[in-house]
Ligand binder design. Structure first.
Ligand SMILES: Cc1cc2nc3c(=O)[nH]c(=O)nc-3n(C[C@H](O)[C@H](O)[C@H](O)COP(=O)(O)OP(=O)(O)OC[C@H]3O[C@@H](n4cnc5c(N)ncnc54)[C@H](O)[C@@H]3O)c2cc1C
Length: 404
């Protein structure tokens, strides 16, 4: 038998929980499905401070609890241990959980399934297949949720914010960080963090260096690395953590044949976070793996407003595609419809100095803007206002965002 609710939210991370809180507060029947045993998403297993827009940032677990409690207090039914497996209709999901298999139909669905790091296999790293190989998410769950032993000497692949968070987790677990290894010329994080790791924790950072092979039978015994100048070395270790390289957790979106954006690999959305299917919305890291938790939460709130309008019989406009051109690597939202004010989030593949963004359609310039920071490093967010949307010809070609 198919159960009916007003709004079904898939994923109880910051995006899904905030959308659920706001919608439940309006009196809608809202059900949140979360495959883990606890609500909260990624922050649940991030022990460090840095979550929430407050003078004193919260730890991940405290932030997760705050959002989960707010959703329940607002009247949302947050069901943990329940996985949305597939679609059984345009807005009906096949689920499995403690009560077995169930079909749930809704007037609106919000996909907030987050993102995941690409594991070793997806990165095509050669070598043996020993135990002791993690992603950051797996490492953090092992240490912070289950108190498992993760080894003693750890090589961390990557040198972004998340890699340094992984290094902190390794030290919390009482293990040593052998080195952070990145094929880039420098770390992709705040300089202070790099200096602290080097001086306070004596953690070497190997730049321009690629992991070419994993070694060991049964358990990892080392990683072979190659420097850009051709030198090779073996780093003895018993654990390797592959960090960063996030991709949206888009399986459900793909199974539902929602249109995906080639730049983000998440579902395409307009400024109201409407996907290509009427009544199905998306928010958070599923759209842009990965920005801050507050960004995900803000999008959850934005999606809630759009869902309310949809439940009150709003239309579902198609919109015009928005494309970020090289060296800009992605843009969200990636469709433009009139009247939707969510700012556009971009990333660049190369460092930019005093960038100016230009928006055009069919050779007609719609807008020019100098975004906030003077210098923008790769893999950092870049924001473009949405005030030009009314100038887009709904019957014209794609809107292009370029560097002027
Ligand atoms: C290691 C690390 C450290 C970070 N540190 C910070 C920080 O200090 N500050 C900060 O602001 N941000 C930080 N972030 C980013 C922040 O965690 C994300 O922006 C935020 O969690 C995104 O929220 P979300 O709701 O989109 O997705 P998520 O938090 O990923 O939640 C998605 C949820 O959906 C569930 N789900 C997925 N598929 C299904 C399905 N089919 N059925 C049921 N449930 C499903 C998942 O289990 C998960 O709980 C960090 C991220 C990482 C990985």
């Amino acid at each position: 038998m198919t159960r009916q609710v007003d709004v079904l939210v898939v994923g109880a991370g910051p995006a899904g929980l905030v959308a659920a809180s706001l919608l439940a507060a309006t009196g809608a029947r809202v059900e949140v499905l979360e495959r883990e045993q606890q609500a909260g998403g990624v922050p649940r297993h991030c022990a460090h401070r840095g979550f929430g827009n407050r003078p004193r940032a919260l730890t991940g677990p405290a932030y997760a609890r705050l959002l989960a409690d707010a959703a329940v207090r607002a009247g949302a039914d947050v069901r943990t241990g329940v996985t949305a497996l597939d679609w059984a209709g345009p807005r009906t999901l096949a689920t499995v959980g403690p009560q077995g298999a169930q079909a749930l139909a809704a007037r609106a669905v919000v996909l907030a399934t987050g993102a995941r790091e690409r594991p070793r296999a997806a990165r095509l790293v050669p070598g043996t297949r020993p135990a002791g190989v993690y992603t950051t998410g797996e490492l953090q769950q092992a240490v912070h949720l289950y108190g498992q032993h993760i080894g003693t000497r750890v090589v961390i692949v990557g040198a972004e914010d998340v890699s340094y968070a992984a290094a902190d987790t390794v030290r919390t677990a009482g293990a040593d960080v052998v080195a952070l290894v990145t094929d880039r010329p420098r770390a992709q994080t705040a300089p202070a963090r790099v200096v602290e790791a080097r001086l306070r924790h004596r953690t070497p950072l190997l730049t321009c260096t690629t992991v070419t092979e994993l070694l060991g039978h049964g358990r990892v015994s080392g990683v072979r690395v190659r420097h850009r100048d051709g030198r090779t070395a073996t780093l003895p270790c018993d654990t390797v953590v592959f960090t960063g390289d996030f991709v949206p957790d888009h399986e459900l979106a793909r199974r539902g044949a929602l249109t995906l954006d080639p730049g983000t690999r998440g579902p395409t959305v307009d400024g109201a976070l409407r996907t290509s299917r009427p009544g199905v919305f998306a928010a958070g890291s599923l759209l842009h793996a990965v920005e801050s938790a507050d960004t995900a939460a803000r999008e959850g709130a934005h999606a809630a407003t759009a869902v309310r309008d949809w439940l009150a019989d709003a239309e579902w406009p198609g919109g015009v595609p928005v494309i970020a051109q090289t060296p800009l690597s992605r843009i969200v939202p990636n469709r433009v419809t009139p009247g939707c004010g969510l700012p556009y989030l971009l990333r660049t593949a190369v460092p930019l100095s005093r960038p100016v963004l230009q928006v055009s359609q069919d050779g007609r310039r719609l807008h020019r803007e100098r975004p906030g920071p003077r210098t923008v490093p790769p893999h950092r967010p870049l924001t473009l206002g949405a005030g030009w949307a009314h100038r887009v010809d709904p019957k014209g070609g794609p809107v292009r965002v370029t560097l002027a």
